[in-house]
Design a protein around this ligand. Structure first.
Ligand code: LLP
Length: 422
């Protein structure tokens, strides 16, 4: 991507040298390209179409306020899965009328808050949840706009931990129960049924499972219409993959949109799509510095100052992230195990990675870390949350400073008063 290139041997994000960012905030840190983010969003808008269709950014993929407000300014809606995410989206300027609320475990408090804000749609995943929403809506004297998330029982052909549309997964209403759930919803005075929703998984690298799921959605929609239900919204979820590995090919946003139009176009419904990774994944990098180079049983270990607490994807999903030097020295290449400082063998970013010979103090960039990177970080091993930076041309903005030790340790309250429990 043109927004990421070496200029005079130094890796630049847009026109900003990464070495300058490291000087400003130290390491490790995340940095994001506004240009890549905006180009990806423009692609979604171009191919899925603006109003009445809606691109609801999956806030869970990267919930920094600066990223959400960038997308808000471009007209994005939001897909949220907690009160926290809903509050973030609203604060970032996304109107409630463009927010859908997904998730299997919405609590009464979260539903009440969402009702008080008049959000666009609840994506309902079970009958008990439907009944709770109905009761809370009636208490407020209102009707909750609802779509059922249907589990189409399709194997999404992705990592088992991020596949969500197979029978037996915790998500959605089982395919066989779908029509029954719609019939029930139609009888509830606090519910306004408006749509059908699905999301079969993430990092989808081929369109076949999506096509099968969309066809099931089309069948259901046709049946529901025949039975007299008014369906005006079809929410197809997110899930489009990105090429983590240089050699990998993934479907484009254009193909994804064309497929959706082909299968769902005849219904003349508003289409909602909930992309996360495909908007923000390739826009982000995790930059880390080599702390030590150590030889271990004939292996070269590159020990860096980012850990699995900063980016958990490689240890949690065995995910591959390309790793490149920040400054090219044209030294010979060597094969390395690239590992963090956390006290677990899982704390490994890459095995047998051939890159230019490294020495302590060198900077390396872990690519495609914009989605499910910073948001999944923790302070394990009492390591402060990394800084985050947004780049635009030759400007940058620190959108989250590195957490200080005082902030981190200060969260504990060891001297709070004892309370009587009975
Ligand atoms: N909509 C719903 C209801 C979702 O559950 C998700 C992601 C999305 C949309 C956005 O999916 P995307 O376009 O980003 O694929 N932490 C994992 C990914 C978990 C995805 C969870 N749901 C990872 O690092 O691969």
């Amino acid at each position: 991507m043109a927004a990421v290139k070496y200029i005079n041997n130094d890796l630049h994000l847009e026109s900003t040298p990464i070495t300058q960012l490291a000087k400003a905030v130290g390491t490790p840190f995340y940095c994001y390209s506004s240009q890549i983010l905006e180009t990806n969003f423009a692609d979604y808008k171009l191919h899925f179409g603006a109003e009445p269709n809606l691109i609801c950014y999956a806030v869970k993929s990267n919930s920094n306020q600066a990223i959400i407000s960038r997308l808000a300014a471009l007209g994005a809606g939001a897909d949220v899965v907690s009160e926290g995410e809903l509050r973030r989206a609203l604060l970032a300027g996304i109107p409630a009328s463009k927010i859908v609320f997904s998730g299997v475990g919405k609590t009464a408090q979260e539903i009440e808050f969402a009702l008080s804000q008049n959000i666009l749609q609840f994506n309902v995943e079970s009958e008990p949840e439907l009944e709770l929403i109905n009761r809370l809506a009636l208490d407020r004297g209102t009707r909750a706009p609802v779509a059922f998330r249907i589990n189409p029982d399709i194997d999404a052909d992705t990592h088992a931990k991020i596949s969500t549309g197979k029978a037996g997964d915790k998500f959605g209403i089982p395919w066989a129960d779908a029509e029954k759930s719609y019939a029930k919803a139609a009888s509830l005075a606090g519910i306004h049924v408006q749509g059908v929703d699905m999301h079969i998984g993430s990092q989808l690298t081929n369109l076949d499972p999506l096509e099968r799921a969309l066809r099931r959605m089309a069948t259901l929609t046709a049946n529901l219409k025949t039975k007299g239900h008014t369906i005006s919204v079809l929410d197809i979820g997110g899930g489009l993959g990105i090429p983590y590995d240089k050699g990998m090919s993934v479907p484009g946003i254009e193909d994804y949109a064309a497929l959706t139009k082909k299968v769902l176009g005849p219904f003349n419904c508003r289409i909602i799509v909930e992309p996360g990774r495909s908007l923000v994944g390739e826009a982000g990098f995790l930059i880390t510095r080599v702390t030590h180079v150590k030889e271990c049983d004939h292996r070269n270990m590159l020990i860096v100052d980012a850990g699995m607490n900063d980016l958990i994807r490689p240890s949690f999903y065995d995910a591959y992230h390309e790793i490149i030097p920040v400054t090219l020295t044209h030294a010979d290449e060597k094969s390395y195990q690239i590992v963090g400082p956390v006290c677990e063998t899982a704390d490994t970013f890459g095995r047998n990675r051939v890159i230019q010979t490294q020495t302590a103090g060198d900077l390396i960039a872990i690519k495609s870390a914009g989605a499910y990177g910073a948001v999944m970080s923790s302070t394990y091993n009492t390591r402060p949350l990394a800084a985050e930076i947004l780049v635009e041309g030759d400007h940058f903005r620190i959108i989250r400073p590195r957490q200080s030790y005082d902030e981190l340790i200060g969260l504990d309250s060891p001297d709070s008063p004892w309370q009587i429990s009975s």
